[in-house]
Ligand binder design. Structure first.
Ligand code: NAD
Ligand code: WQD
Length: 339
């Protein structure tokens, strides 16, 4: 039997594919390469097996997904395929809805048609919007602050409804802020164009691809005035998916649809991250505090208790380890995979 990883050529999907392979599973990757490249698939194969099955297809295409499930005798699915840029979603809300909800609907329809019932879904802490209390638990109020977040809420609702009527068992994993790379330095985050996210931007400053980091907001009600997030190592996150699939396959594991936070439980400010990165890199990262970015929230971090109880998973890697590994990837691949 095998596990299908949709969006498996992307950042989190490729690291998860490696973790699943290392845990002894047969992995099949499906991706349309809309935000990734054949070189990422090559890197994934060199860390797993040279003949790792890769299907280039749209996850919204029920026939392609169904054929993949049948051809590879798939009995569990991890569904990453989606567009993920908040700014992209503001310029193209319909396109984001069509792709993200369409992919989830397509994957579920194919699973139903082929009798596959175990699904792990990539959700996001963005579903909590601006929390009125931290840390956030899975029972904290839900509300989107941008169209991307709205697509994640719509997918969660679709999956909950499907679990109610369709016999699907789903874990909705709400990731906090993944950073870092595989320790080899040969698999990593390769954003197209100018990065939106903090650590990829900061690393591009450190290799000279960007001049200086703009720190968005120095007037938040936080100890140093910059915003706070829960950063977690992408390998911890990848291992969280292995734990989630193991829990679903366990006869005593969760049934129906359950949301689980995947975060460390610790918040760091933007300036904390800049200081840690400067230490790890061995030279100051040029930065400048500017105005707040529209739509940003002040602070969020996870209560990770449910993941510990239900999945037996907790993040173990420190902020320094995240930055050391991300920096190794950036140094070995200053211009990403294709360079
Ligand atoms: P990514 O863009 O690197 O990976 C997503 C992959 O999905 C890409 O390889 C892309 O080509 C593929 N894809 C997109 N639409 C597709 C389609 N219609 N058919 C097939 N493949 C398609 O993003 P990522 O950071 O690895 O994120 C993976 C998942 O995790 C996404 O669902 C994202 O929303 C979610 N997520 C990401 C973060 C984050 O900060 N990176 C945080 C929370 C949740
Ligand atoms: C982190 C902090 C920025 C860039 C986004 C999505 C969220 C989730 C994770 C998918 C913030 C600050 C950033 C820069 C900065 N993704 N920053 N200068 O905004 O927490 O979350 O990615 O689900 O949905 O919204 O992550 O990395 O963009 O920002 O000062 O150049 O760094 O303002 O405080 P964010 P991020």
């Amino acid at each position: 039997m095998a596990v299908l990883v949709t969006g498996g050529a992307g950042y989190i999907g490729s690291h998860t594919a490696v973790a699943l392979h290392d845990a002894g599973r047969q992995v099949v990757v499906l991706d349309d390469l809309s935000n990734s490249s054949p070189a990422a698939v090559d890197a994934l194969r060199s860390l797993t097996r040279p003949d790792l099955p890769f299907v280039e297809a749209d996850a919204a295409d029920v026939d392609s997904v169904g054929r993949t499930l049948a051809d590879h005798r798939v009995d569990e699915v991890v569904h990453f395929a989606a567009f993920k840029s908040v700014s992209g979603s503001i310029s193209d809300p319909e396109g984001y809805h069509r792709n993200n909800v369409g992919c989830t609907a397509g994957v579920v329809a194919a699973m139903r048609a082929h009798g596959v019932s175990r699904l792990v879904f990539s959700s996001s802490c963005t579903v909590y919007g601006e929390p009125n209390h931290v840390p956030v638990t899975e029972a904290s109020p839900i509300g989107a602050t941008n169209p991307y977040g709205a697509t994640k809420i719509a997918c969660e609702e679709l999956l909950a409804a499907e679990a109610d009527v369709g016999g699907l068992d789903v874990l909705l994993l709400r990731y906090f802020n993944p950073v870092g790379s595989h320790p080899s330095g040969d698999l990593g985050e390769d954003p197209q164009g100018v990065p939106d996210n903090l650590v990829p931007y900061l690393m591009q400053v450190a290799v000279g691809r960007q001049e200086r980091l703009a720190v968005f907001g120095g007037d938040y009600d936080t100890p140093d005035g910059s915003a706070i997030r829960d950063y977690l190592h992408v390998m911890d996150l990848a291992e969280g998916h292995v734990a989630a699939l193991n829990a679903l396959a366990d006869g005593d594991g969760p049934t129906g649809c359950t949301a689980v936070n995947l975060g460390t439980g610790t918040g760091y400010s933007v300036l904390d991250v800049v200081a840690a990165a400067s230490r790890v890199i061995g030279q100051p990262v040029p930065h400048e505090v500017v105005g707040r970015r529209a739509g940003d929230i002040e602070r969020i971090w996870a209560d990770p208790a449910l993941a510990i109880d239900l999945l037996g998973w907790r993040a173990t890697r420190s902020l320094d380890e995240m930055l050391v590994d991300h920096w190794r990837w950036q140094q070995r691949h200053p211009n990403g995979y294709e360079a």
